[in-house]
Design a protein around this ligand. Structure first.
Ligand SMILES: NC(=O)c1ccc[n+]([C@@H]2O[C@H](COP(=O)([O-])OP(=O)(O)OC[C@H]3O[C@@H](n4cnc5c(N)ncnc54)[C@H](O)[C@@H]3O)[C@@H](O)[C@H]2O)c1
Ligand SMILES: [Fe+2]
Length: 382
């Protein structure tokens, strides 16, 4: 089967790699950046590291920092207005998934007419976005590497998924030095988001040998390093391996797709403004249990990549080992055990299920779910 795969053109990895943006930006023939970030990153000094690099290289920029977690259509529109007022011709996004996704939305609006809501779904724009230099600070959503972005439509309380190869960054940066200030809970949540990408991406209907290679490698890297990164945030080797793992699965899931862990988690994020990674982590074992009969022997590979011995086990036994290994990792990094603890309301399940079935990630699920199935998974995860 012929198909296209998309990657950022330039990838800068490793401690100190943020400095390497300078020669790349100089080659791009651009004049002024809109820096898209959030106020917490300005306060804790993470954004400053990048701004200092830009100042020293005399690269002009204007800062837009009004991005909120689970970013909204308003965040995108406000940022786009700042970009126009200041004649910026490229975007530098600094942050986790929220500034990255907002940066993509802004860069897309700058070259395409209409409203960001017009572009919900798959490949809806005609024109390539403005160039984006995407500097990641969590590990992570891999938004710096992917063709996806997620924006909450405040009116409908829905997280819109926009899958669009026109939105991919030109330069993707994963410098673990920018990640050491992440608190434990953020490290755990974003790390479990990355594990979810890798596991869902490995069993998705859209997987190929090519995407499998990335996703399996990511499962290994994340399983080896997440506990260490949570335990000691200053462990730069663990941070570096997490940055690598989350990026590698980005190249996998961006080109193969995901499944209903994400469809269901998106609704929890849109409805209750909950952290994306926590929602994924709570749902993941329950969705895998639902999917297991449709994943062949692939969960055996997941278990083995997580360091479990599955030799000689039946497929059913190996599936159980994979599910238990994921539950154990989640528990070890202190992810809440259920949706009830997160303030989710059971009476919302039918509405959440309707929205989840309409989510762009649902067709990728290995087993087609009914509304009843989705409600039952929410109940099991409660
Ligand atoms: N585009 C994609 O492919 C994709 C994939 C998964 C998730 N997402 C989306 O990404 C968003 C979540 O992103 P996220 O989990 O990276 O979190 P985030 O960007 O929402 O950040 C969460 C909080 O962590 C803080 N933070 C970020 N980096 C930090 C650092 N290095 N040190 C200290 N604090 C830091 C931020 O300031 C913010 O307050 C959700 O909206 C989710 O839907 C997108
Ligand atoms: Fe995610």
């Amino acid at each position: 089967m012929s198909r296209a795969y998309y990657f950022p053109s330039i990838v800068l990895m490793g401690p100190g790699s943020v400095e390497l943006i300078v020669p790349e930006i100089k080659k791009m023939g651009v004049k002024k950046a809109l820096v898209v970030t959030d106020n917490v990153l300005l306060e804790v000094g993470v954004a400053d590291v990048v701004l200092k690099v830009l100042d020293e290289a005399k690269i002009e920029y204007t800062v837009f920092s009004e991005v909120q977690p689970n970013p909204t259509t308003k965040n995108v529109n406000d940022g786009y207005a700042v970009l126009k007022e200041n004649d910026c011709d490229f975007v530098i996004s600094i942050g986790g998934g929220s500034p990255q996704d907002t940066g993509k939305g802004i860069a897309v609006l700058a070259t395409n007419p209409g409203d960001i809501r017009d572009y919900e779904g798959v490949n809806k724009t005609e024109n390539k976005s403005l160039p984006i230099v995407a500097i990641n600070t969590t590990a992570g959503t891999a938004s710096e590497a992917t063709i996806n972005y997620v924006i909450t439509d405040e009116e409908r309380k829905v997280k819109m998924v926009l899958v669009d190869s026109n939105s991919i960054a030109s330069v993707a940066v994963n410098d673990p030095n920018l990640m050491v200030k992440m608190p434990k809970s953020l490290t755990a949540a974003t790390g479990m988001d990355a594990l979810t990408h890798a596991v869902e991406g490995y069993i998705t209907a859209g997987a190929s040998d090519f995407t499998d290679m990335f996703n399996l490698e990511a499962i290994k890297a994340i399983s080896k390093s997440l506990r260490k990164a949570v335990e000691n945030g200053e462990d730069i080797d663990a941070r570096d391996m997490m940055a690598y793992g989350q990026f590698v699965t980005g190249m996998g899931f961006s080109n193969g797709g995901l499944g209903i862990v994400h469809s269901m988690a998106h609704q929890l994020g849109g409805f209750y403004d909950l952290p994306h990674g926590v929602c994924n982590a709570v749902l993941l074992p329950h969705v895998i249990e639902f999917n297991a009969e449709a994943t062949g022997d692939k969960l055996r590979d997941v278990a083995a990549a997580m360091g479990e011995n599955v030799e000689g086990l039946s497929t059913e036994e190996a599936n159980k080992v994979a599910i238990e290994a994921i539950k154990k990792l989640s528990k070890d990094v202190e992810i809440p055990s259920g949706l009830k603890e997160l303030g989710v309301k059971e009476e919302d399940f039918p509405t959440l299920a309707d929205f989840a079935l309409a989510d762009a990630c649902t067709p990728g699920n290995p087993k087609a779910p009914t509304k009843e199935d989705v409600i039952n998974i929410y109940k099991a995860a409660y």
